[in-house]
Every structure is written in C-alpha cells, then in structure tokens.
Design a protein around this ligand. Structure first.
Ligand SMILES: Cc1cc2nc3c(=O)[nH]c(=O)nc-3n(C[C@H](O)[C@H](O)[C@H](O)COP(=O)(O)OP(=O)(O)OC[C@H]3O[C@@H](n4cnc5c(N)ncnc54)[C@H](O)[C@@H]3O)c2cc1C
Length: 254
C-alpha cells in the first residue's frame, strides 16, 4: 500500500458537467514535512483506481478548525491532470469550498486513501452500481491500464440519478461495458429505464449470471443496503460485494 502523502494541489480547471455536479482538475505536488528531520517527499501524486483524496477544508470546522472531506478520484492513474467529480450539496462546506476554486487556486489534500479498488477477475463478470457521483471510482477503474489489461468477462454499469440531466460519463464508460442509466424522476421524454437501480436489478431474472459476477457498489448508503439485500436473496456470496458508502441518509424522526 502506497504511503499517504500531503499534497498542495493546483487547480487546472473547473467546469460544470451537470446542473449540480462539477469536475475539478488539478496537479498535486508533495508538501515537505514541518519536521526538518524527515526527508523531503518526492512522490508525485499517485493512487490506484478507486482510491480517494482527503481534502482539507480550511477553517470550516467547529472553532474555525479545518475539516476534511473525501473525494474519489474520477480519472485513471495514468491520466494528468487528476480529476474529481463533485455534487454541490446545499450549505455543504466541502463541496462548496471546492466549487469556489478556479484555475491557479490551490488546496491541500492527503492521498491516496481507501481499499475500494478493482480486483482483476477475467473469469468473472463485473457489475458496477452507483448513485450520482458514485460513478467516479468506476470511471477511474474502467479507464485504468490495469483494468484494460485484465478486463472481466463482461461489465455492466448501472447509474441511478433523479433526472436525465444528472447522468455522468456515459461516453467514457460505454466503450468498456453495458451502460444502464436508471432515472427515477425524468423531466422530459426519457426513453430509458424509469426507476431506481434497485428497481432495475429486480427486473433481472435467472438468466443474469448472479453468482458469476463481482459487484462494486458506490454512493448513497441506503442504495447500497438495498442492493446488498437483493444480491443476498439471489445467493451472491458476500465476498463478491464490494462497497464505498459516500453518505448515510439521516433516519426519519418519529
Ligand atoms: C470515500 C468517500 C468518497 C467520496 N467521494 C465523493 C465524490 O467523488 N464526489 C462527491 O460528490 N462526494 C463524494 N463523497 C462525499 C463527500 O465526502 C462529502 O460528504 C460531500 O461532498 C458533502 O460534504 P459537504 O461538506 O459539502 O456537506 P456536508 O454538510 O458534510 O453534507 C451534507 C449532506 O449531504 C449529503 N451528501 C453527501 N455527499 C453527497 C453526494 N455525493 N451526493 C448527494 N448528497 C450528498 C449527505 O446527506 C450529507 O449528510 C465521498 C465520501 C466518501 C466517504
């Protein structure tokens, strides 16, 4: 496992890629330790597809302390600049801090973190299931040299969003897998699947290779819990279910 390093990240570009999601591209340079006894780090920004950066949000915590927020890296390890794909959350300190940055601005972050990485499985099928920006690590995985050198038997990618304007990265993913957008509340004349990713999974019958597939789930905790329950009913081994929870919805108050 590569050592976590602190980086000074310089923004290369910021662009909206849906009405509520932006892509932030940056280059990271290692920051020397304040301890003069420690050697200056020389590590360029490195990570495995599926890992994340922990971004420092200056002064946004209690008593003006810094906060940290995790963001999956949406670009593949061989690509530069590095890209994040971030949903703007109302009054959210982390997503709004990054959203204010423009070309030439800097931020600090620690990377790489996480073990939500693709394990090569050429004898198995792969099913990636995301809600919203949970698609970010799957884009990184599918575009990575590691994945492309060892592709699965087949890949399916389900992306759940509220409306069709929030769909992400279709053109990046379709060359490498079956792309299934699941739109729960379409705005216009939507011809694709109407419903959540869980509704789509329930339409699949016995001909789907349930037990010969590795499942990668990323995004809202509730979706992940519901998908796991469906997969368990289908007899999928728990070791074939890999997950990254972005957030848990608050429990409804009585
Ligand atoms: C390992 C990991 C990787 C992550 N990667 C990404 C990523 O690539 N892109 C990304 O947009 N977010 C990602 N997140 C979520 C991110 O860390 C923050 O939680 C999010 O940006 C909200 O932080 P905030 O400070 O703006 O708002 P907060 O005030 O901390 O959050 C407010 C509420 O927003 C909701 N929320 C959080 N994240 C999302 C989201 N992505 N979509 C919709 N609602 C959300 C939750 O209900 C949360 O309680 C990741 C989280 C984890 C744990």
């Amino acid at each position: 496992m590569a050592a976590v390093t602190q980086y000074l990240c310089t923004v290369i570009s910021h662009r909206m890629i849906t009405p509520t999601v932006y892509e932030l591209a940056f280059e990271g340079e290692p920051i020397p330790s304040a301890d003069p006894a420690k050697p200056a780090p020389t590590e360029p920004f490195h990570f495995r597809a599926g890992q994340y950066i922990s971004v420092v949000v200056p002064g946004a915590g209690p008593g003006g302390r810094d906060l940290r927020r995790a963001y999956s890296i949406a670009s593949h390890p061989e690509a530069r600049p590095v890209e994040l794909c971030v949903k703007i959350v109302d009054n959210g300190p982390g997503s709004n801090f990054l959203n204010r940055l423009r070309k030439g601005d800097t931020f600090k972050g620690f990377a790489p973190y996480g073990d939500f990485t693709y394990e090569t499985s050429p004898t198995k099928h792969v099913c990636f299931i995301a809600t919203g920006t949970g698609i970010a690590p799957f884009r990184a995985m599918m575009l990575s040299a590691e994945y492309q050198a060892n592709p699965p038997k087949s890949a399916t990618c389900l992306l759940g969003v509220r409306d069709e304007e929030e769909l992400l990265y279709q053109s990046d993913i379709t060359p490498y897998g079956k792309w299934i957008p699941c739109v729960s509340q379409p705005k216009g004349g939507w011809n694709g699947f109407r419903g959540r990713v869980t509704d789509y999974l329930r339409t699949l019958g016995e001909d789907f290779p349930w037990k010969e597939t590795e499942y990668y789930l990323c995004g809202a905790g509730q979706m992940i819990d519901e998908v796991r329950a469906i997969l368990t009913e289908r007899g999928v081994d728990k070791d074939s279910i890999h997950r990254e929870i972005y957030f848990k919805q608050p429990k409804p108050t009585a």
